[in-house]
Design a protein around this ligand. Structure first.
Ligand code: AGP
Length: 610
């Protein structure tokens, strides 16, 4: 949700900024811009649309210098126009800023500054911050103090990087609510919204915390709070490789990440299964191991795909650990005055670890006394750092905006957590052995499911013209139906709905006609007969049914228009295989509709505004 990068050092800054923006582009792609400083003169370039448009502009009108800031935008306040693109400058033209987040009191700041005669150039909330810094700077001539002063006045969230013409060797960066990471090179510094743009340059980073500010330049890095208290920061080594972030011969990151799943699912379990002692070993839970058996209730929350994973988690925890489990949208949780009883363990699920709604919900349940765990992919992210303990996915970066490999890894981690909790309570060694055996076979079963690719491509060609799709599932596969529908919506822009199969007859059945594909997930578990009955109901209304079924299930073949067969597995693990054809179906349908699957319109990978 907006990507920002800054550089100060000895190298020409232009290429560093553009390449950095390309790696951050998945965070937003409505417009992009840079500001560089050379001999105390700003060069500012902005372009509407993708980073490529900005790169072309800079080829025609180069920028110079070895200090600069850049931004790729996901619009919140103001249309994606040239004037709303970052960087934003103050009225004097001496201060330039890039910003990720929302300045909630921008209106009152703007009114105040306009009353002082300051003219605004854009409709953005960000410009009010740039102008406010400039307003204080005009009075004090001290840029650092002006930044601090302005940041104390603003309400809302920010990751912000500031450049001042009169301090031509210094970047000032600060955060509250929106992520910022400092990269440390040899006599150079980078600052970025996430690690992806730093990897080509350095593996040494410092994660900034909320209400911190850094000054970067030849003098080194000075870290303080926004209120000027000095803070000690730890330098951390990144464990992301460049290769993990490249396309590696695939046409899209989404397809690459779908195909990575046999490997990512192995990685998520690596070193965590102890067959000899029939247990799961999740090192990240160490800080609260003793407390684990004492929890009386679980509360899982997340957004989008992570919320779907939480819904599967509810089945897993209740079935295997026999603990009452609730699931909430992170965005709703904090607004309904939640009752957090003593003995509540709250689990925040997030691929990026930076989703603002999930972070806000986490803080809310913490203040109400819950112990918190994170199920997070991005190492060092805010949610990972703010939870009491947690389990990383360990699947490498997920770049495609549509989450695929993170979803299945979230399911796998939640399953391991449920087994672990179950073992500490009532789960028998025999049942645990069976689950562990099935879990270790999942990667090869996912590979088998990936072999459906050609069949799915053909199916997508038959269905791509349909404008409304329905996804049905029951039990653990109900959230898979939701996830299948979400994948299709976000990458193809086709309207789709996921439903618990039995709910269809309570209303949505009215929509059934031959133009609306119904994707029914019906593995041979305890819900099988009921889902078949639901399929019959669709057929008797001339509906068109595509089933995701267990291999060699002949019955389902006779009832449906097409079947995508996946390998048989334990019922609770079936979402790990039934999700795969749905991801491929969304991918191919989107391609046939001419969509940019890695950067669907209006979306951003990491939603860092509430
Ligand atoms: C998934 O395909 C979406 N792009 C989106 O729903 C995503 O899962 C959601 O924004 C949560 O992100 P997070 O896992 O990084 O918190």
């Amino acid at each position: 949700m907006c990507g920002i990068i800054g550089y100060v050092g000895a190298k020409p800054v232009s290429e560093i900024l553009i390449n950095g923006l390309k790696r951050l582009e998945y965070r937003g792609y409505d417009s992009a811009g840079v500001a560089t400083l050379d001999e105390s003169e700003f060069s500012v370039r902005r372009a509407v649309g993708r980073v490529d448009a900005l790169a072309s502009l800079i080829e025609e009108e180069p920028v110079s210098g070895s200090i600069g800031i850049a931004h790729t935008r996901w619009a919140t306040h103001g249309q994606p126009t040239h004037s709303n693109a970052h960087p934003h400058l103050d009225a004097s033209g001496r201060i330039a800023i890039v910003h990720n987040g929302i300045i909630e009191n921008y209106n009152s700041i703007r009114t105040f500054l306009e009353d002082q005669g300051i003219e605004f150039q854009s409709d953005t909330d960000t410009e009010s911050l740039a102008q406010l810094i400039g307003f204080f700077y005009a009075q004090t001539n001290d840029v650092l103090e002006s930044v601090r002063h302005a940041l104390r006045e603003v309400v809302g969230s920010f990751g912000v990087v500031v450049l001042c013409q009169d301090a031509p060797n210094t970047l000032i960066a600060a955060r509250r609510g929106s992520p910022l990471i400092v990269g440390i090179g040899t006599e150079e510094f980078f600052v970025s919204s996430d690690a992806s743009s730093l990897v080509p340059h350095t593996s040494q980073v410092v994660y900034m915390d909320d209400n911190e500010l850094v000054c970067l330049g030849p003098q080194g890095m000075q870290a303080t709070t926004i209120d000027a208290q000095s803070v000690e920061k730890e330098v951390v080594t990144l464990d992301i490789t460049l290769e993990e972030m490249e396309l590696g011969g695939y046409e899209h990151h989404m397809l690459k990440e779908i195909y990575e799943q046999p490997e990512s699912l192995k990685n998520a379990t690596r070193g965590r299964i102890d067959r000899t002692n029939c247990q799961i070993v999740l090192g990240g839970l160490a800080p609260c191991l003793r407390e684990l058996p004492r929890f009386k209730r679980l509360l899982l929350f997340g957004c989008g795909t992570a919320w779907h994973a939480a819904l599967v988690g509810e089945y897993l925890f209740e079935e295997l650990a026999r603990i009452p489990t609730d699931v909430d949208y992170a965005s709703e949780l904090r607004y309904r005055n939640p009752l957090i009883e003593e003995g509540t363990l709250a689990i925040a699920i997030s691929q990026s670890g930076e989703t603002a709604d999930t972070l806000a919900a986490l803080r809310e349940v913490q203040t109400r006394g819950a112990t918190t765990l994170g199920v997070v992919n991005a190492v060092g992210s805010s949610i990972a750092r703010e939870t009491d303990a947690g389990v990383y996915l360990h699947i490498g970066p997920e770049i495609g905006v549509a989450s695929t490999k993170a979803f299945t890894a979230q399911l796998e981690v939640l399953l391991m957590m449920a087994i672990d909790l179950g073992r500490r309570r009532h789960l028998s060694p025999e049942r645990t052995h069976r689950l562990i055996d099935e879990l270790t076979e999942i990667p090869s079963k996912v590979e088998f499911a990936l072999d459906l690719n050609t069949q799915i491509k053909g199916l997508a060609a038959e269905l791509a013209d349909c404008d409304n799709w329905l996804y049905l599932g029951r039990g653990v596969n109900f959230p898979v139906a939701l996830e299948g529908a979400l994948k299709l919506k976000e990458v193809s822009y086709i309207h789709a709905e996921g439903l618990p199969a039995a709910e269809m007859k309570h209303g949505p059945i009215a929509m059934i006609d031959p133009q609306m594909p119904v994707i029914a997930i019906c593995p041979q578990d305890h819900t099988y007969a009921k889902v078949l009955a639901n399929i019959e109901e669709v057929r008797s209304r001339n509906g068109r049914v595509i089933a995701i079924a267990t291999e060699s299930d002949r019955r389902v073949r006779d009832l449906t228009d097409a079947v995508l067969y996946v390998p048989k597995t334990h019922g609770l693990l079936s979402p790990l295989v039934t999700s795969i054809p749905l991801q491929l179906l969304a991918y191919h349908t989107a391609l046939l509709r001419g969509r940019d699957v890695d950067k669907p319109r209006n979306l951003a990978k990491s939603v860092t505004v509430e």
